[in-house]
Design a protein around this ligand. Structure first.
Ligand SMILES: Cc1cc2nc3c(=O)[nH]c(=O)nc-3n(C[C@H](O)[C@H](O)[C@H](O)COP(=O)(O)O)c2cc1C
Length: 179
């Protein structure tokens, strides 16, 4: 697959209306490839926690209770939605007390996840990076096993491709100025 094609046609899959299956073994091999992302000082600031299709109902149930306390309606909606995806990662990254290194780590996470999303696209699957409010809750951090020196950067849902998702054209206003 051409790189330009992959960059333009990779899409965030946001419809979870049917039960999806993915090639987990393939996805795991893509994670290792994605780590060839640039990262300053070779700090490799990333860590992923994988929730397999099989584990999703139990995980979704725990997360729903922590995220939507006393709101059974929301809990049920959440569980119904996320258990449809093929599997998901929780994205974690190293916190650094030094401002420069901390910023570099966060930028490296973006390059790593973009690599992974492009590779997933090339392998015929879909994905979506998700950052719901509840990822900052201590209870959620505890459920996913985040260490004290880690940020939670969200989820990466791994899905089937969704042929109906359209390319959101970029505005590219003031993209480049000349000095
Ligand atoms: C850091 C980050 C966080 C995101 N969080 C969410 C999210 O919480 N929910 C969601 O539906 N999409 C989320 N997205 C996906 C973007 O909304 C998506 O990239 C955008 O709609 C453009 O679509 P495309 O990826 O298909 O080009 C996130 C993307 C990034 C890079």
């Amino acid at each position: 697959m051409e790189l330009q094609e992959a960059i333009i046609n990779r899409r965030s899959v946001k419809n979870y209306t049917h039960d999806m299956q993915i090639d987990e073994e393939k996805v795991m091999s893509l994670v290792e490839l994605a780590t060839y992302a640039p990262n300053h000082g070779m700090r490799e600031p990333w860590r992923l926690v994988y929730i397999s299709k099989e584990k999703l109902p139990e995980f979704a149930n725990e997360v729903a209770q922590a995220a939507f306390v006393n709101d059974e309606n929301q809990q049920e909606k959440y569980i119904n939605k996320v258990t449809k995806v093929g599997g998901m990662f929780v994205i974690l990254s190293k916190r650094d007390s030094r401002q420069k290194e901390d910023l570099e780590n966060q930028m490296a996470i973006g390059t790593f996840i973009q690599n992974l999303m492009l590779l997933i696209h090339e392998a015929g699957m879909g994905s979506c990076w998700k950052t719901p409010e509840f990822i900052f809750k201590p209870k959620f951090r505890q459920i996913v096993g985040a260490f004290d020196d880690e940020y939670v950067n969200g989820f990466l849902y791994v899905t089937e491709k969704d042929a109906k998702v359209k390319v959101m054209n970029r505005k590219n206003k003031s993209l480049i100025s000349y000095w």
